[in-house]
Design a protein around this ligand. Sequence first.
Ligand code: FAD
Length: 491
Amino acid sequence: MKKNVTVIGGGFGGLSCAALLAQDGFDVTLLEKLDTVGGRARTWAEGGFTFDMGPSWYLMPEVFERYFQLFEKERKDYYRLLPLDPYYKVFFGEGESAPLSPRQEENLALFESFESGGGKALARYIDQASYKYEVAMKEFLYKDYRHIGQFLNLRIMTEGLRLGIFKKLDKFVGSFVHDRRAKQILEYAMVFLGTNPIDAPAIYSIMSHVDLKLGVYFPEEGMAGAARGFAKLCGQQGVKLITGEEVVKIEVKGDKAIGVHTTKGFYESDIVVGAADYHHTETNLLSPDYSSYSRSYWNSRVVAPSMFIAYLGLNRRLEKLEHHNLYFAKDWNGHFDAIFKHPAWPEDPCFYLSCISKTDSTSAPQGGENVFLLVPTAPGLDDNTAQREQYFDMLLKHVERVTNEDLTDGLSVRRLYSQRDFIADYHAYKGTALGLSHTLFQTAVFRPSHRSKKVQNLFYTGQYPHPGVGVPMVLIASEIVAKVIKDNYAP
Ligand SMILES: Cc1cc2nc3c(=O)[nH]c(=O)nc-3n(C[C@H](O)[C@H](O)[C@H](O)COP(=O)(O)OP(=O)(O)OC[C@H]3O[C@@H](n4cnc5c(N)ncnc54)[C@H](O)[C@@H]3O)c2cc1C
């Protein structure tokens, strides 16, 4: 008889782990509380607009290609990828903006225009980022860390020094470039990792290799389209995908999980994989005796930002914007302080604004624009309706000042989404959008474990354990976890 695995949660973490385990010969059932799979990567449709609700930057395409190759499949048979040109456009305020291009010589020229020698500095910076990326892919990312000795060994300490694990990113970037705009372009991606460039280890300079060298892509039907591709693969592998059914308890006997209770019934399980919010699984689905981490552990974590998001449907085109747009405030440190040090709704917020209708004409009615506006915010802020509306009004004026585009003109569809929605929809800890920040002590072996410390057949994938935040990282986590389960339980 095949051993059965129950996967809790149908985001990229749950889907990618479920398909791998089914291929390894397990009988896999995936339970998702929402009505669709995809998790944070799902859509909301209204008035002819289809919004990608969560992730929108398709980065590190090779991780996705590798994942499908594990099944001897090709990614293109599940969803198509379109390269973006420019990769993204940056607004610096006071009417200044610049595109970041797939043609490196244009980016070098841009950095040279910021400061004398800036072009050469960018080239050197990308070279070191590319080196670190190659080493990280080979030595760090696909690794199953079980104890601190694996991390603090001589080889990693030596490589780690070279890779900049023990330096801080902001200082490191400052040793290459001095201009504010140049620094911001090399540091902004820390928001993807839910961290602050001042605290992030310099190894995360690999993110500049990721965006400026590997490139930025768009899956033809958005990130939710890519998630549908993963669901299709699950179906082909024989995974039972069950939506609209929430897990309410993991039943444990001795030191073994024997099944999960849902809002509708009980699923006997030989193995359970938690792919929902880790804190929720540990504290709400397990009794305290079986939690691996204490309340004080969670209280002492640096939680990644939440987000204030506006999904906006406009019945006109926005000529001054590209597919991906970013605004970097002059007071860069102040922006991060409002998230990590003195939590408050940011007053001159950095924002991300995407118009996927520039690339995907099906995402908006003809002549319209599909706008996604996002401000990273501190987790745990008060998020009531009056506060949201007030913030939204301020934000629209701010966007107009920065980009010269009036988003109230032609606005026909709108929805605001923030902290309390992350909690209600995903059981997100403190309303975080991204889980745990990537500080040094929340990197690699210091992230929550892939295995429960108390329940021997309970495992975790998703954005909380190593390697961490972002869709490619989550696929890597699933590959690590599926291998551990295969090695220990496969027929
Ligand atoms: C707005 C936003 C923008 C982002 N941008 C990017 C980006 O551009 N590029 C990128 O790579 N990453 C991005 N990310 C991060 C990326 O989306 C996540 O790291 C990744 O999708 C997490 O996948 P996951 O499977 O771990 O979690 P999720 O996608 O949250 O999936 C977990 C699932 O578990 C379900 N669940 C929770 N509790 C239960 C329960 N008790 N029973 C059953 N099901 C349950 C939830 O409903 C959810 O569907 C972004 C995230 C957000 C929110």
